[in-house]
Design a protein around this ligand. Structure first.
Ligand code: AMP
Length: 301
């Protein structure tokens, strides 16, 4: 594996790879790797000749009062983990390399960024789409791997790539959970033992919501109520609990087709998000809660 921190260098290597008839898999991240990140690298490794993983804590996607400065970082451990997964190029640009000038050009995806995380983080998705568009431009034609943990982000990036005819296949990958169901997240590092216990409330709430749908409930308001009650029972304040059509995030009143039930709650200093997707056809319900890993977040570090 080589570590690259210059845009021109990464672009040249990706171009040379494609010229020789090989394909490129891209895994954009903000680092502090856990099994969720590693699962994306494995998916890219399984399908592509050259695997590029990027680590960039993107200032543009953080609000003024958010955790940009304290966001967990460990480039040494990340380098070893990426190497162990067979990543070919680890791209670790500096902020001035990515943004040599104050940003005046941004990418905005309308509608899909309304509500959910967009409600409390009004500039977040413009930051995400701008940096992801830059990475797609630098890496060029490739498949890019994103986790369904950040379901709204995946939908927004997919729509951006389609609307702008970017030569990138956006691939969604399963949400990875710890043994007790808590979704893996770099921000779990902020949690005390007691907060980590409360964090289970998000998964418990989604499980209860899925059980209600499996038992025949189709009214979004009642599914939301089940979710909110279970999250609150774990002592958490719900930031949002919503039911949306999975493909384009349209709000739903009745559950039908492929839906996503998404939740966010502050837990201590962290703000955690989680979701479950369900395929509903009449009385048939198939629930996708993601995958449970045997590795703990601690042991990945
Ligand atoms: P981040 O470093 O948090 O920006 O995440 C980088 C990529 O990893 C994004 O595509 C995330 O959706 C994905 N990711 C983060 N956590 C998980 C998880 N628990 N399961 C699957 N993918 C994840």
């Amino acid at each position: 594996m080589i570590v690259v921190d210059r845009i021109a260098d990464l672009r040249a290597r990706c171009e040379a790879t494609r010229r020789s008839g090989c394909t490129v898999g891209l895994v954009p991240t903000m680092g502090f790797f856990h099994e969720g990140h590693l699962s994306l690298m494995r998916a890219a490794r399984a399908h592509h000749d050259l695997v590029v993983t990027t680590i960039f804590v993107n200032p543009l996607q953080f609000g003024p009062d958010e955790d940009l400065d304290s966001y967990p970082r460990d480039v040494g451990a990340d380098t070893a983990a990426a190497e162990a997964e067979g990543v070919d190029i680890l791209f670790t640009p500096s902020v001035p390399e990515m943004y040599p000038e104050p940003t005046v050009t941004t990418v905005h995806v309308a509608r899909l960024t309304d509500g959910l995380c967009g409600a409390t983080r009004p500039t977040h998705f413009d930051g995400v789409t701008t940096v992801v568009a830059k990475l797609f431009s630098i890496v060029g034609p490739c498949s890019a791997y994103f986790g369904r943990k950040d379901f709204q982000q995946l939908a927004v990036v997919r729509r951006m790539a389609a609307d702008l005819d970017l030569p990138v296949e956006v691939v969604g990958c399963p949400l990875v959970r710890e043994h007790d169901g808590v979704a893996m997240s770099s921000r779990n590092a902020y949690l005390s033992a007691a907060e980590r216990e409360s964090a289970r409330g998000l998964f418990a709430g989604l499980g209860a919501a899925a059980a209600a749908v499996e038992a025949g409930e189709r009214a979004a308001a009642r599914v939301r109520a089940v979710l909110e009650a279970e999250v609150a029972r774990h002592g958490l304040d719900v930031e949002y609990a919503e039911v949306r059509r999975a493909a384009d995030l349209t709000p739903l009143t009745e559950l039908d087709g492929e839906v996503v039930v998404a939740v966010a709650a502050p837990v201590g200093r962290a703000r955690l998000i989680d979701n479950v997707t369900m395929q509903i056809a009449g009385a048939e319900v198939s629930v996708d809660l993601g995958v449970v890993t045997l590795a703990t977040q601690e042991s990945t570090r």
